[in-house]
Design a binder for this molecule. Structure first.
Ligand code: PHE
Length: 448
C-alpha cells in the first residue's frame, strides 16, 4: 500500500504546483499563522486573562503544538500530496478502512466557513485602510463609523473588495500567487509592526502597558478558563485546524525539513503576537482607555482609531496600522481558501480558475448574510472553539495513529539531516493527542 502511495505521489508531484523554495513555504506558513488571531484577538485576550500569566501559558502551548501538531500536519500533507479530504482517505485506506473523505469534510468545510467569516472582517480592515487614506476614519466619530459598517448587509462593497483581491491572487496558483504574495507582504508586515511598536513606546505612560503585559497575575492560573483560552489561542494562531497546514505541506518538496519550518512558524507566530500587544496595549494605557481592552472587536476598530486621532501624524500611523493588518489577514485568508479550492481541482478535475470561481461564489453568497458584527462574532467563535481543535485532533489521529508510528517518523524525517529523537513519538502520539482531546471535551462541558 505504501508503494502505491509513493507512485501516485510521483505522478501528482509532476503535475502539481509547488512552493519554489523553503523560504517561500516557511513565509507562507508564517503568513497563514500570523493573522487576525494574533493581531486582533491576542491583545484583548491577554488583557482579559491576567496579562503575562496568560502569556506564559500561551508560549508553553505554542511550543507544545508547534513541535507536534504543526510538524505533523506539514508532513501529513506532504506525504499524501493533497488536502484533508484525500489525506484522510489515503490514511484510512492504508488500514483497509473507508469513509476517510467523509471525516476529511469536517476540517475542509470548517476551514471554508472560517474563511467566509474572516473575509467579512478583512472587508472592515480594507474599509478602514481606505478611510485612513481619505481621512474619514479620523474625522468621524469612531463608534458611529464602526456601527455604520457592521450592521446587516452594511459592508458589501468592502467585503467584495476583500474577496476579489484574495481570489485574484489565488487564481495565480501556489508559486506565482501565494508564494510571491507572502514573500513580499510578510517581511513588510513585521517591519511595519516593529516600527509601530517603537512609536508606541514613546507615548506618555506607555510603561503602564508593559507593566500590565509583563506583570503576572498568578491567581488567574487558578482559573481553568485561562488555560482553555491560551490553548485555543495557540491553536488558532498556529493555523492548526487539520486543513490549512496540511494543504501547504502538500505543496512542499521532499527535500525540505518540516521540523525546522515548524520551528520558524512557532517563533514568528509568537513574535507577531507580542508585537501586536506591544502596539496596542501601551497605547491604550497612554490614553487611559484600558477599560476598552476587553471590548473585543471594537478594540481594533474603535479604540485604535481614537488613539490615532490624538497622535501627531495620526493619519499616517492609521494607514500603516491598517495596511499591516490587511497584509497579515490576507495571507491567512489565502490559506483558509486553499484547501477547498484544491479539493475541487483534485477531486473533480476542475481547472484552478473554475475552482476559484466556485469558492468565490459560495463565499460571497453566504458571506453577505453574516456582515453583522454580532453574527460574525458568534460565527467565528463557534468555529474556532469547536471546529478548529476537532480538525486538528482528527488530522493528528490520522497521521500519528492511523498511518502509524513508522510512517509518521519516516515522513517527518524526509529532507532532515539530523535523526529525529525519541521525543517525537511522545510529543505527537501522546502529549498532543491527549491534550487536544482533553481541551476539546472540557471546552464543550464548560460551555454547556
Ligand atoms: N492563524 C490565523 C490567524 O491567526 C487563522 C487561521 C486558522 C488560518 C486556521 C488558517 C487556518 O488569524
Amino acid at each position: 500500500m505504501n508503494k502505491n502511495i509513493s507512485k501516485s505521489q510521483e505522478k501528482t508531484q509532476n503535475t502539481r504546483d509547488v512552493f519554489n523554495s523553503k523560504i517561500g513555504f516557511t513565509l507562507a506558513c508564517i503568513g497563514s499563522a500570523v493573522g487576525l488571531g494574533n493581531i486582533w484577538l491576542f491583545p484583548y485576550r491577554v488583557g482579559k486573562s491576567g496579562g503575562s500569566a496568560f502569556l506564559i501559558l500561551y508560549v508553553v502551548f505554542l511550543l507544545l503544538l508547534g513541535f507536534s501538531g504543526v510538524i505533523g500536519e506539514m508532513a501529513f500533507g506532504r506525504a499524501m500530496r493533497t488536502g484533508p479530504l484525500g489525506a484522510f482517505k489515503k490514511a484510512l485506506e492504508m488500514r483497509g478502512m473507508k469513509n476517510g473523505e467523509f471525516l476529511g469534510m469536517i476540517p475542509l468545510i470548517g476551514c471554508l466557513l472560517i474563511a467566509i467569516g474572516y473575509s467579512v472582517v478583512v472587508g472592515w480592515v480594507i474599509k478602514y485602510l481606505i478611510g485612513s487614506i481619505t481621512g474619514s476614519v479620523l474625522n468621524e466619530n469612531p463608534c458611529l463609523y464602526f456601527q455604520k459598517i457592521t450592521g446587516d448587509f452594511s459592508s458589501i462593497p468592502w467585503h467584495l473588495i476583500a474577496l476579489a483581491s484574495t481570489f485574484a491572487i489565488m487564481v495565480l496558483g501556489i508559486s506565482n500567487g501565494i508564494e510571491k504574495l507572502n514573500k513580499i507582504v510578510m517581511p513588510l508586515f513585521f517591519l511595519l509592526f516593529a516600527f509601530l511598536a517603537v512609536l508606541m513606546f514613546f507615548t506618555p505612560n506607555s510603561y503602564k502597558g508593559y507593566e500590565y503585559l509583563f506583570y503576572p497575575e498568578w491567581s488567574s492560573l487558578l482559573n481553568f478558563k485561562t488555560w482553555i483560552d491560551a490553548l485555543g489561542q495557540a491553536f488558532f494562531s498556529l493555523s492548526l485546524a487539520g486543513s490549512g497546514t496540511i494543504i501547504y505541506g502538500s505543496y512542499l518538496s521532499d527535500k525540505e525539513d518540516v521540523v525546522s519550518c515548524a520551528k520558524s512558524v512557532t517563533i514568528f507566530s509568537f513574535v507577531s503576537a507580542i508585537l501586536s500587544a506591544a502596539v496596542v496595549i501601551p497605547a491604550v494605557f497612554s490614553f487611559s482607555l484600558e477599560n476598552e481592552l476587553q471590548s473585543g472587536p471594537p478594540l481594533m476598530f474603535i479604540t485604535m482609531p481614537t488613539i490615532f486621532k490624538s497622535l501627531p501624524m495620526g493619519n499616517y500611523i492609521s494607514i500603516i496600522f491598517f495596511a499591516s493588518v490587511w497584509f497579515a489577514a490576507v495571507t491567512s485568508l489565502v490559506n483558509l481558501f486553499e484547501a477547498p479550492i484544491e479539493m475541487l481541482q483534485t477531486k473533480f478535475n476542475f481547472s484552478r480558475g473554475l475552482s476559484v470561481c466556485i469558492i468565490a461564489f459560495i463565499s460571497t453568497v453566504v458571506g453577505v448574510f453574516i456582515e453583522n458584527a454580532e453574527i460574525v462574532g458568534i460565527w467565528m467563535d463557534t468555529l474556532s472553539d469547536y471546529i478548529v481543535p476537532l480538525g486538528a485532533l482528527l488530522a493528528g489521529i490520522m497521521f500519528f495513529w492511523v498511518c502509524g508510528k513508522e510512517f509518521a517518523r519516516e515522513k517527518v524525517q524526509l529532507g532532515r539531516k539530523k535523526k529525529l529523537g525519541k521525543w517525537f513519538e511522545i510529543m505527537t502520539r501522546y502529549v498532543f493527542i491527549i491534550l487536544v482531546f482533553i481541551v476539546y471535551i472540557v471546552n464543550i462541558i464548560i460551555k454547556v
